[in-house]
Every structure is written in structure tokens, then in C-alpha cells.
Ligand binder design. Sequence first.
Ligand code: SF4
Length: 356
Amino acid sequence: MKQESNIKESINTKESIYGLSVESLKEVLTGFEEPNYRAPQIYDWLWKKRVRQFSDMLNIPKNLREKLEHKFQLAALDINTQQESVDGTSKVRFKTTDSYFIEGVLIPTEHRRTACVSSQVGCSLTCSFCATGKLGRKRNLTAYEILEQVNVLNSLSLEKNNQPLSNIVFMGMGEPLLNYNQVLKSIHFITDPLYLGMSPKRITLSTAGISKQIIELGKDKVRFNLALSLHAANDKKRSEIMPINQSNNLESLKEALNFFYKQTENDISFEYILFKDFNDQEQDAKELIKLYRQIPIGLVNLIEYNNIGDRKFIKPDEKTTERFIDILQKARVNVRVRKSRGLDIDAACGQLANKN
Ligand code: SF4
């Protein structure tokens, strides 16, 4: 059942204060003829206490708060709507300052509170099973817009579960590796103890597979985990549902992922959505096993398909799914079935498309 509330909606065109380093903030304060020691205090309100209004910065004099408010925006995004699923999943729709909508999801389970965040407005990659791909790409999100999703979902987690986020996955709208710099900047803020201080091991970036950028991640020696949205382990089938495979085939992805692992030793997983009579047969499982053995993959996440309204793809029956899992397990593949969450509010994997 859907529960929906309009929280607030407004358009803000000022520069985000989150874009300022402490040094730049000091320069702004000098321009305001205010003392520099206010900079770390303001930073503390922004990054530790995460206030959403300048008026909440209690130890900052009122006239300085007003000057800051006049020049900067504090929230990079407005919360447009919030929906609650019967299974405890929350989906938040955000409105950007230039009036686009993006979505972030909070998924609480017994031991985890995971935020699934978006990295782009829409997506250019047109994977045929994905609702976001049907929107087209409008623009990349800034690091602060990504952080804002994390902050809001973190507050929601505290409010609903009395605990902060435990994990963050870049599996919302967009291809994170096509917004490389801003995504890495946001992860810097999320993991740096000066800011949110989350362990990079609790962050997973999911990609449709851009080989060049995976190699860049390796060269940059990032410390977070990587998930490849595989969905088919032969090029013909994969290109059919994921056009990006035509320019980034499995051979190039294999090389890139091996390089990434050699450089970072971070966890790599495969995401594999089972589609009836397309990639759920014995031969498909065998191809998946072969690829699994050629890359240091820690886990294969089998994902339940969520119907997005076209009849091209259907979820296989339970017997077929079990047989597929059985073949993988007999070949000692570390496999886990990921049940879809938030289906009733279109918050499940591949369903984010700004629907109410
Ligand atoms: S699955 Fe990911 S990469 Fe593919 S269209 Fe959807 S959002 Fe883009």
C-alpha cells in the first residue's frame, strides 16, 4: 500500500555552501568582515551536525547566518515526496535546484540499513529492462547532490530505525562511472573522518561496465567495492539487453576487472537478474560459471526481476530459479538471491523512474 506525503517543494538557485573548503569559507568570511574562527564552527554544523537550515547554526551570530543564507543554499536538493513500502523500504524523491527529479531509497534489513543513491538525472545507457534508462540522461549530479541524498536517507534511518546508515550502494538512477569525478568526490566526503567517516568497505559502486573507467578506479586505488551488472555471460545476449556491451564487451571487462582487483584487492561482485527463457537456462549458468572463474569475483547476486510494464521480460518460476542456483552452487560459486524490496512503491532495482 502506498503512503505518500508532500514534504516541501521550492526552487533554489544559489551556490551550495557544501562546495566550499574551510579555506574558501575563511575567504568568504573575510569578505563579510567576520572572524576566520567561525569557519570551523560552520563546517561543524554542515558536516557533523548536518543541519538543513542556517538558523539551526546556534553558535553563529544571527547577522552572519543571514549573510550566509543570502549568498548560499544549504540544501542541494529539496525533498519532494516520500513513500513507504509495506516491507519497511522508503523511497525519497528529490527535486534539484533546476527542477529535475531524482530518487534515493532506504532499505532496512535485520542487520543493515542501506542507502541506494542516484548519480545522474536519468541515464544514457538504455538497458532494456530498466525504467531509468527509458528516461534518457538529463545531466550528472554534483557531489553535493549525491551527499544530500546520503544525508537525508541517514536522517531517515535514524528516525525510523534509531541507527545511522550502515551501507551505501550507488545503484540508483544513472551510471556512476559516467559521472566519475563527482561520484569519487562524494565518496571522499562520505568516507573522510572529517566529514561522514563511513568505511569505504561499506560502499559499493555498481556499474553497467565501462572498462576504461574501471581501469581508472584501479589506477586511483579506490577502497570501495565494485559490482558489475552482468545479466548475461555471453556477448550476444548481453549486447541485446545492454547496448553498452557493444563497446565494452566481456573480454574488455574481464581485463579491466582483473586489473582493478590487482591494484586494489577490493571486493567485486556480479549482479545477475534472471529473465525467463533468456538467461535462466543451464547453458547460461555454465557461461556464468566460466566467467566467474576468470575474474576474482567474491559473490554473485541473483536478483529477482521487477516488471516495469513491458512484456518483453518475465520473472522465471521458482523451480527454474532454484535449478539455476543449484548449478552455480554445485560449481562452488558463491551465490546469493537478493529479494526485491519496495516493489509496491516502485523502489526496487531497475524501477526508479520518478513515478508516484
Ligand atoms: S540499469 Fe543502470 S546503467 Fe542500465 S539504464 Fe538502468 S540506470 Fe542506466
